[in-house]
Design a protein around this ligand. Sequence first.
Ligand code: SF4
Ligand code: SF4
Length: 494
Amino acid sequence: MGEPLIPMTTFAATVHRRRVVDDAVWIYASSSAAVLRLDAVADAVLGAFLDGPKTVDAALAVAAAAPGAAGIPNADLATTLRELVGLGLVRPLGESAPPAPTVPPMPYPLTTLVVNVTNACNLSCTYCYEYGEDRLADRERTDGTARRSTMTVETARESVDFLFANSEGRPEITVTFFGGETLLNWTVIEAAVAHAETRAKAEGRKVNFSLTTNATLLTDAIIDFLVDHTFGINISIDGAAEDHDRHRKFKSGEGSYELILPKIRRLLEKNRARRGRPIGARVTLTRGTKDVRGLFRHLTEEIGFDEVGLAPVTAAKDRDWAFEPSDYHLLVDAFGALADDYVEAASAGRHHGFSNLSDLLRELHTGTNKAHPCGAGLGLLGVSTEGDLGLCHRFVESGEHEIGSISEGIDSEKRAAFLDAGHISKRIDCHGCFARPVCSGGCYHEAYVRTGDASAPNLHACDWIRAWTDIGLSSYARIMAKNPAWFDRHEVST
Ligand code: SF4
Ligand code: SF4
């Protein structure tokens, strides 16, 4: 039953989001990151605090007058209030919120190393941060000499050794190959995989591999290798020819869709035949993308991708292709339509493949409560072609954000300072936001490009992030009501 309530103590509701979905009331409690279904009485008692803090007596009087609590004895309303206090949804005024999760003790073991095997690319995509004005990396070292644009086999092997040495206690680790176009430096990938597998075998650990590619250089031999080594594969593709070729072009200006389509089909076919890991399409959405649902269906139903992840382009404002706050309703409509399709499929026990929603549902279902927006600098680091360490792949070679090198190790002071500055407790603007547990201020790279400060919250995107979280909450409630067993599935449970 909990502590007795003192009638004249003033209580207040904590930050939460209330959604009514198919006549049921669902609450997302920011302090605990729990998603709860409330009955009418609990909803009436919580609702008593909507317009501000109240004493227990005043709150129970307001609750008793609400239709949902009509005829409920005061003692039962008081019990409900105690339960809401226990759930962290109501708290004595002035009592501080439970401390946010703190920065974990250092050195924090890595789980993932993103290895930039090359900075070169055979495409020249309009929006690419690697070549555009939003690139953070310095092409030259501090002494004015040019940096290597491709990684050597030796540096790749040392990167693998660095990951093994800095992931103590992790039974499973991941090497992610990134670029530029990763396949331009294929021999280095093969060598790194062989080395990592030897190390993993010797240490009785598991090493996973993943890679992002524009698919232009896929050959049968490369496909066989990727499938044999159970790579997690993401293909950068922006939809059918019209959407894809608008930005994903060769330097000649020619689009790349026609070249990549047969290669992707072969990859999907071989991967399916050997029951490999799901292969994802990674779509960069720009302001010019019109039919997102059509694009999704093209990639899944016509081409056969297992999953599609949509990422609104990251760019400084004023770029032609960048979304501005006034455009976010376009994203909300598009993501909402795909979420409806997802809910329909999940309710019937069918896979859908909208990976953004699978990710969000997993976070809601498992009660993810982020102290940092992502793993950058925490369990994940990026390594440059020359072996310098960055917070993630987007920060490598950016002098200001370099945090050591694979040969000299992690600069633990810089790492700790960055993690401290990026911690949710420092992002005061986010403290009253219901989406805080899943957002925690958003991508450091985007913040840096927008504001010049990697630890600033991405306040330009709040409307979008909150609307997307709402879509996730409604989808969660609808699937939970129709097919709760869906949440036992691997894609949304771990
Ligand atoms: S950046 Fe905006 S949406 Fe994200 S937690 Fe902060 S206030 Fe909320
Ligand atoms: S900082 Fe941004 S780009 Fe880097 S890992 Fe985090 S979310 Fe991804």
